[in-house]
Every structure is written in structure tokens, then in C-alpha cells.
Write a protein that binds this ligand. Structure first.
Ligand code: ADP
Length: 417
């Protein structure tokens, strides 16, 4: 472009000179204008391209030079491996550690200075780790190696080892290992499997019973009205059980998934307890269990009334189920930094070692007994999650043969401005 302009200017200047001496005034003006136009075009072109070049230089200056000046590669590398959430270990050909990061020190329970220069076998006796690094030194890349570390707590890592070929080409000069903590993922997977097997088990028992009784009816029992009625009642009971289980599962999943919105307000507690008692009295009466509402009139708590009633019903129901004849279930309130609603019974009690896991889904002290009572093993899990949703919690104390006491702790209403 530039070349073309130069040729153009030279040619038009030459022609202008020729015409200056030979042509008419009109011709001279025309060629003089031509020369001026091309000179102007050249000046503009020069101006634009110089500016572009400057901008390009500036961009390059900003993107490279200052970064290198401010962050030397060594410092960048150190900062990166130090702040990594994964453990990193580099060994040389002799299986000696030449580089590592703080997560790796913790992984092997060592102080930083002890790791470097140590042999891998001095750091860990874990055969999976050793074999993975050995493969790395033989040029084999390994990934997904599961490593169990048993320290204060059991941790599971996913190890990936890459051969490092930094030397003169005689095979790898070292191996780089990266340890990713997958303890939580493993735990969630275990919980999921356990949950699935529990649900299948819980559904299979009543379903087997339904199928067995249907078959008995089909094989002739249908002709006997008394047996038919009895078997149909059993089928109905088992079908209701499955229905209840699915309802409770859906409810629990909704609460845990954060899909339940609380409509919390100041609620009067005594009438709410009365309602729960009324709903359960038919269950308590045959065994002469007394349900006592010991809440003073006028006591208010901050809660979603429907959800609080659900918690109370589950706890009172358990107080009835796991109690002897003529037992007693009492509901009380205690004021304090948080409102306490206490449901206590004088029933069987729960052995101490079960208390920690009592609120887990499907956890039961005596599975057979709970099933006989029509329990699903989800009642306490629902109470726990509803209490958490209220910003509170539920706790339990129990003494064998003396009774059990569950306490729902509820925060007060937030201060209104
Ligand atoms: P379930 O449907 O079996 O009642 P829950 O989640 O409500 O399930 O309770 C879990 C287990 O906790 C019960 O199976 C029972 O073993 C124990 N449990 C709960 N409440 C009481 C109580 N008041 N007294 C004794 N044991 C209880």
C-alpha cells in the first residue's frame, strides 16, 4: 500500500513538473491537486499505521513483560503447589522425594523438612502408592489408584502418577504423583447405596406378604369368606405400610432437598399439643397409655404450626409404641435462650450406644419390633430435618427401662425492626 502511494506521488510530481512548464493553467491546477491529495493520503496512512503499531507494543508490554518481572516462574510454581488442594509428590529415579507440597506432608503425617530427600518407603508403607510410583518410573502413567489412609480419620485418595522425562532421554528421570481427596464423595456413594438397599428392603417385606396372600386367595381361600376377609385385611395393612413409607420418603426428600418452605409465626403451643394428642389417642387407649399435655396456657413458640405438629406427632407416637401397657407420655415446655419442647416417656429406653445414630434414616434399635409396630424408621429423621429447618435441633437422652426424653430446641422469633 505504502509502496503504491510512493510510486503514485512520484509519478504525479513528475507529471506536475512537466505540465508546469507545458500545459494550460487548468492542467497545472489539476496535477497540483493530484500531488497534494496523494501526499495527504500518505501522511494519513503513516499516522494510522504508526498508531496501530504503538497499540500492539503496548498490548505486548502489558501481557508479558511486567508479569514476568512481578512473578518469576519459580515463585509462581511455589505459590501454585503450596495453594493446591491436592497433595503433590515428585520422586527421582531412586524413589527419593525431590518436591512436595503441604497437603502431601499432612497426608503422610510428616513435618515439611522431613519429606524432601526421604525415600518413598520411609514415608508410606502403602503398597498401592509404591506400585503406582514404580510404574511411573517405568514410563507407565497411572490414574484412579485408590489409596486408603488411616490416620486420625480414615481418608480415601485418588492417586494419579505421571512419568517425568526431564533428562537425556534414558527413560523417565522421575515421577509426579497427585493425590485427590475423595473421602466425601466415597462417603456419599456409600450413603446412597445404603439408602437404596434400605428402601428396597423396606418395600420388599410388605410386597412379598401382599403377593403371598393374593396367591393364597387365588388358590382357593377366596371361597372361604372368613379367610378372605382376614387375608384382605392383611393385604390392606401391608399396602398401607408401603404407601406410608413412600409418603414419608417423599416428605423427607423434599425437606432435605430444601424444597419445603416454612411459614413460621408465633404459635400457641398448648392447643397444638392437644391436637397431636387427639390424633393419637386411639392408638394409646387400647394399651391404656396416658398422654399428658403439661404445657401452660399462653406459651407461644416461633414455628410453622403444621410442621411442629408433625414433629410432635412423630415423637408422641414413638412414646406410645416403645412403651409398656399403662405407660405415660408427657409433653412439656421450658423457656430459655431457645424454647424447649420436651416429649418424655417412661417406656423401654434406648441403649446408650444407639443414641448417636438414632436420627439417621432407617436406623432402628430393634428392627423386628419397629416393623411389628408399623414403623418405617423415618420418623426421627423427619423430626431432625424439620427442627434444622426451623434453625433449631432435636436432642435425646434415655435410660434403659426408665424411659426416653426428646427435646426440640426452637430459636425465638427474629427481632422485628
Ligand atoms: P420407627 O418408624 O421405627 O418408629 P423412628 O425413626 O421414629 O422409626 O425411630 C427410630 C428408632 O428409634 C425406633 O425404631 C426405636 O428403636 C427407637 N426409638 C424412637 N423413639 C423411641 C422411644 N421413645 N423409646 C424407645 N425407642 C425409641
Amino acid at each position: 500500500m505504502r509502496k503504491f502511494l510512493l510510486i503514485f506521488i512520484a509519478a504525479s510530481s513528475l507529471l506536475t513538473l512537466v505540465f508546469l512548464f507545458t500545459a494550460s493553467t487548468k492542467g497545472r491546477i489539476l496535477f497540483a491537486s493530484l500531488t497534494c491529495a496523494s501526499a495527504l493520503a500518505l501522511i494519513l496512512h503513516h499516522f494510522v499505521s504508526t498508531r496501530k503499531e504503538n497499540e500492539q507494543h503496548q498490548l505486548e508490554d502489558h501481557s508479558q513483560a511486567p508479569v514476568q518481572r512481578q512473578f518469576p516462574v519459580d515463585a509462581l510454581f511455589d505459590a501454585t503447589i503450596t495453594s493446591m488442594r491436592e497433595g503433590m509428590l515428585v520422586v527421582d529415579r531412586d524413589m527419593r522425594v525431590v518436591a512436595s507440597n503441604p497437603v502431601a506432608y499432612r497426608l503422610f503425617g510428616s513435618a515439611p523438612r522431613n519429606v524432601t530427600n526421604q525415600r518413598l518407603t520411609e514415608l508410606t508403607r502403602n503398597p498401592a502408592v509404591y506400585q503406582a510410583f514404580l510404574d511411573g518410573l517405568q514410563g507407565i502413567e497411572r490414574s484412579g489408584v485408590k489409596v486408603d489412609m488411616v490416620g486420625i480419620e480414615r481418608s480415601v485418595f485418588d492417586l494419579c502418577v505421571t512419568p517425568l522425562a526431564l533428562g537425556n532421554g534414558n527413560g523417565p528421570s522421575g515421577a509426579l504423583g497427585v493425590f485427590v481427596d475423595v473421602t466425601r464423595t466415597e462417603h456419599l456413594e456409600l450413603v446412597r447405596q445404603e439408602f437404596l438397599s434400605n428402601v428396597s428392603h423396606e418395600l420388599r417385606t410388605p410386597l412379598t406378604s401382599v403377593l403371598a396372600f393374593v396367591e393364597t386367595l387365588e388358590n382357593g381361600a377366596l371361597e372361604d369368606p372368613d379367610s378372605s376377609r382376614r387375608f384382605l385385611a392383611i393385604i390392606r395393612k401391608n399396602a398401607s405400610r408401603m404407601h406410608e413409607l413412600i409418603d414419608e420418603l417423599l416428605e423427607l426428600t423434599a425437606i432435605e432437598g430444601g424444597n419445603v418452605r416454612l411459614r413460621a409465626a408465633e404459635v400457641e403451643l398448648k392447643p397444638l399439643v392437644d391436637e397431636s394428642i387427639a390424633a393419637l389417642s386411639a392408638k394409646a387407649e387400647p394399651r391404656e397409655i396416658t398422654l399428658i399435655n403439661d404445657v401452660s396456657a399462653g406459651v407461644k413458640v416461633y414455628a410453622d404450626d403444621r410442621r411442629l405438629e408433625r414433629m410432635l406427632t412423630n415423637l408422641i407416637d414413638n412414646g406410645i409404641k416403645f412403651n409398656g401397657p399403662k405407660g405415660q407420655v408427657t409433653i412439656r415446655h421450658e423457656p430459655g435462650a431457645r424454647d424447649k419442647i420436651i416429649v418424655e416417656d417412661d417406656g423401654d429406653g434406648i441403649p446408650m450406644h444407639h443414641l448417636e445414630r438414632l436420627f439417621e434414616r432407617f436406623y432402628r434399635v430393634d428392627r423386628a419390633r419397629s416393623s411389628d409396630m408399623g414403623g418405617t424408621g423415618l420418623g426421627l429423621a423427619i423430626v431432625k430435618h424439620l427442627a434444622l429447618l426451623h434453625g433449631g435441633e432435636v436432642t435425646v437422652t434415655s435410660e434403659l427401662e426408665k424411659g426416653t426424653s426428646f427435646t426440640i430446641h426452637l430459636p425465638h422469633a427474629p427481632e422485628s425492626n
